[in-house]
Design a protein around this ligand. Structure first.
Ligand code: F6P
Length: 369
């Protein structure tokens, strides 16, 4: 593919952090340095370019071999991230304290040009890929890398971060089983995942939940109570119920903590609601554990480290081959490239006939339907 010669690239990490971000940064940096390119990390999403005056040491961090040494196993991102910095809907505070969303894409593209950045590697979830696609449409040379613990991105078999989140949730389920059994309680475990039930489903099946409630299947709480009472009658005096934060009762609403201009709505409270209803319907003592941001922290699993390293290196190879407006994607056994635009077209939800769902049904797990 004929292409301009690259001298300088930038990496941005956007949206909620996920284990494996630093591994992507390390692999992309080393692969770029190998090609004699300079590499910069943009601080906090695109804020390093959009809010330069806020950064005393500059909004761009030069990524060198030394800077990325020993970071593969570290959670978080060494260049920072934000989910309040969408350049298409940038939150700007007015004099009266209200917030207006402003489109700053043109300004951002000019900033890339001003800094002599030839291409961008954007690491993020659906929001970041939508922004990356919009930047590409404005002429910026962009390659995307799919990240999110939610695993809700189309066109890649998996996003990095998901495996670590599920692994941690399963470990918590193991611990909760012993305490639930000892006290003969119902324990409700709320997990993240936004509008997709991937974490809830996989952690629920691998962690031997008795009930799994996910956004894809609006639940009937009476069916869940029946399941718990049925277990009780069989001598199983405890139950573990995993609730995805986006789960909602049939005909009911999502549990939302807040809606603010300039950021996505925050979900939360689904577990509390289920627990309160179950305590009332079953008469059993019920406790709630919200795993929340614990699912996003900590060291990436072996799987996530490897995928993140492969994604980071593949993103640089894509640039070297002159590919534009693509997202790297896992298409086992290879890492492939898919058009950015296709990757953002719709959210990847749990198919109700997928093998893990069928397995869960065969195991007798209740979905509240
Ligand atoms: O998209 C990742 C995610 O962790 C979701 O699962 C969750 O709903 C959201 O981000 C939480 O975002 P915040 O960090 O803003 O609370």
């Amino acid at each position: 593919m004929a292409t301009q010669k690259i001298k300088k690239i930038a990496i941005a990490t956007g949206g909620g952090d996920a284990p494996g971000l630093n591994a992507v940064i390390r692999a992309a940096t080393l692969a770029a340095i190998k090609r004699d390119w300079e590499v910069y990390g943009i601080r906090d999403g695109y804020n390093g370019l959009l809010m330069r005056e806020e950064y005393v040491e500059g909004g761009l961090i030069r990524l060198t071999r030394e800077r990325v040494r020993g970071i593969t196993h570290l959670g978080g991102t060494i260049i920072g991230t934000t989910n309040r910095g969408n350049p298409m809907k940038y939150p700007v505070k007015n004099f009266d304290g209200t917030i207006t969303e402003v489109n700053r894409l043109d300004e951002l593209v000019r900033s890339f040009q001003l800094h002599g950045i030839d291409a961008l590697i954007s690491v993020g979830g659906d929001g970041s890929m939508t922004i990356a696609n919009a930047l590409a449409e404005k002429g910026l040379w962009v390659v995307g890398v799919p990240k999110t613990i939610d695993n809700d991105l189309e066109k890649t078999v998996i996003t990095f971060g998901f495996d670590t989140a599920v692994g941690f949730a399963v470990e918590c389920m193991d611990r909760l089983h012993t305490t639930a059994a000892s006290h003969q309680r119902v324990i409700v475990v709320e997990v993240m995942g936004r509008y997709a039930g991937w974490i809830g489903l996989e952690a629920g099946v691998a962690g031997s939940a008795d009930v799994i409630l996910i956004p894809e299947i609006p639940y009937n709480i009476h069916k869940v109570a029946e399941k718990i009472l049925e277990r009780e009658s069989q001598g199983h005096k405890f139950s573990i119920v995993i609730v995805a934060e986006g789960a909602k009762p049939a005909g009911g609403d999502l549990s939302v903590v807040s809606r603010e201009v300039g950021r996505a709505e925050r979900l939360g409270g689904a577990g509390e609601k289920v627990a309160a209803d179950l305590q009332e319907l079953t008469g059993k003592e019920t406790r709630v554990v919200v795993l929340g941001h614990l699912l996003r922290g900590g060291a990436p699993s072996r799987f996530d480290r490897l995928i993140a390293l492969r994604f980071g290196a593949a993103a640089v190879r894509a640039l070297d081959e002159g590919r534009r407006s693509v997202m790297v994607a896992l298409d086992p056994p290879v890492v492939n490239y898919v058009p950015l635009e296709e990757a953002t077209r719709r959210m990847k939800l749990v198919p109700l006939d997928c093998d893990t769902m069928l397995t869960a049904r065969d195991l007798g797990i209740c979905f509240g339907d």
